[in-house]
Ligand binder design. Structure first.
Ligand code: APR
Length: 387
């Protein structure tokens, strides 16, 4: 088995397979240090934690992860909180930075004797329609190489070789939400004991805890704005304004240790299987980060694919592999639907024309419904933390 990509999808898949004695190699374009240092998501759904525990992959998150179950919405109409562990399915998130999870998964894979080739870029997957697919690679020293396997898992993200190797006829459903965020990591403790979503005429602002001294903030910005266009003072002033710090309490300021520009985009590749090539994680679909579903979907798909591969390779039962695409897509589309709803809840058109006013009034009404309707809150909780 060849797994492309050492992100959450590839490493969860490879760990589960190796644990069941299935020979697999992970090919990763980046170096070890880069893979471990990439700060990204951090909100793990209850299902994700269950999967990781079940496969002995939750040591680090059980020691250092923190339970989280509250979100706070702020807007011109005031603020309200939802404790979603008391709503819907009664589940909560565990906050554990994705780079720590990736480091744990790497360590576990290598402890078990797993083989991972860093600085090895997959260039193309060939002959996926035969029982002997090949992966053409560029090795760390720049020389070409070739890997053959029974199956190939494309867990190499949106710009990976798996997506580039799909046959004609693969459908890419795509949506650009027309929204851009400046994503910030601040070396400062969280400013509120909740995920903060601020809806403001100047644009969205968000607050998400990471650790006791690192906090993630998001600021909606103009499309095309360079990550370093604004000074730290301007960023903190803008966050104060949109988060309404004067009314609801100050934000803890600190050095901004990372800035990235995030274009809110979603896409889904269909189907997720092409003969011997399977897609999982970002390679299967991108999801706008509004509802923190990306890493959770990646783990869900990796688990689904691992079970199907184990049935096929150890019990000669191809049923799971045949059903993988349809099953994966059902979860992906439900997550897409909710993320799309969240994106529309948190961002409105900036204009003052009739259509913009109409959309913004709908958005206000959605927030009011979420503040006042218990059944709406149950629906929100089930989808927000569920996967
Ligand atoms: N060959 C080998 N490896 C590659 C190639 C390639 N051609 N292209 C990309 N990669 C590697 C990347 O360097 C990266 O380590 O594939 C890995 C993909 O990992 P992620 O981007 O983390 O994707 P995934 O495992 O699908 O996780 C998905 O986590 O934080 C979220 O936003 C993220 O939603 C995403 C989720």
């Amino acid at each position: 088995m060849v797994v492309l990509g050492a992100g959450p999808a590839g490493l969860v898949l490879a760990n589960i397979l190796l644990d069941r004695g299935i020979d697999c190699v992970v090919l990763e374009r980046a170096g070890r240090g880069d893979v471990r240092a990439r700060a990204r998501a951090g909100f793990l759904a209850a299902h994700t934690v269950r999967v990781l525990r079940q496969h002995g992959l939750a040591g680090g998150l059980d020691r250092h992860g923190r339970p989280h179950s509250t979100c706070e919405f702020r807007s011109e109409e005031g603020r309200f909180r939802l404790d979603y562990s008391g709503l819907g399915l009664g589940e909560r998130h565990t906050v554990y930075p994705q780079q720590d999870l990736v480091a744990d998964l790497l360590a576990r894979f290598e402890e078990r004797g797993g083989q991972i080739r860093f600085a090895t870029e997959a260039v193309a997957v060939r002959h996926a329609d035969t029982p002997r697919p090949e992966v053409e690679v560029r090795e760390a020293d720049g020389r070409p190489g070739l890997w053959r396997a029974r199956y190939v898992a494309g867990c190499d993200g949106r710009h990976g070789a798996a997506r580039r190797s799909l046959p004609p006829g693969t459908v890419r459903h795509h949506r650009d939400h027309g929204v851009t965020w400046l994503g910030l990591l601040a070396q400062a403790p969280p400013s509120l004991d909740a995920v903060g979503y601020a809806v403001h005429a100047r644009g969205f602002a968000g607050h998400m805890a990471r650790t006791s001294d690192i906090t993630r903030y998001y600021l909606q910005c103009e499309r095309g704005m360079p990550a370093h266009a604004w000074s730290p003072e301007r960023i903190w002033d803008e966050l104060d304004l949109r988060m309404r710090a004067r009314e609801y309490g100050p934000l803890h300021r600190g050095p901004l240790v990372q800035r990235t520009v995030v274009t809110l985009e979603s896409d889904v590749m269909e189907p997720l299987r092409h003969g011997a090539l399977f897609l999982a994680g970002d390679a299967a679909g991108l999801i706008s980060p509004s509802a923190a579903k990306g890493a959770n979907l990646a783990v869900l798909e990796a688990d689904l694919l691992a079970r199907a591969l184990i049935d096929d390779l150890t019990a000669n039962d191809p049923g799971g592999l045949n059903a993988y695409s349809a099953r994966g897509l059902t979860h992906i589309w439900r997550a897409q639907e909710f993320s799309h709803w969240m994106t529309a809840l948190l961002h409105g058109p900036a204009g003052t024309d009739g259509e913009s006013r109409f959309h913004n009034s709908l958005r206000r009404s959605r927030l009011t419904s979420l503040r006042t309707s218990r059944s709406h809150q149950d629906w929100f909780a089930e989808h927000y933390v569920g996967i």
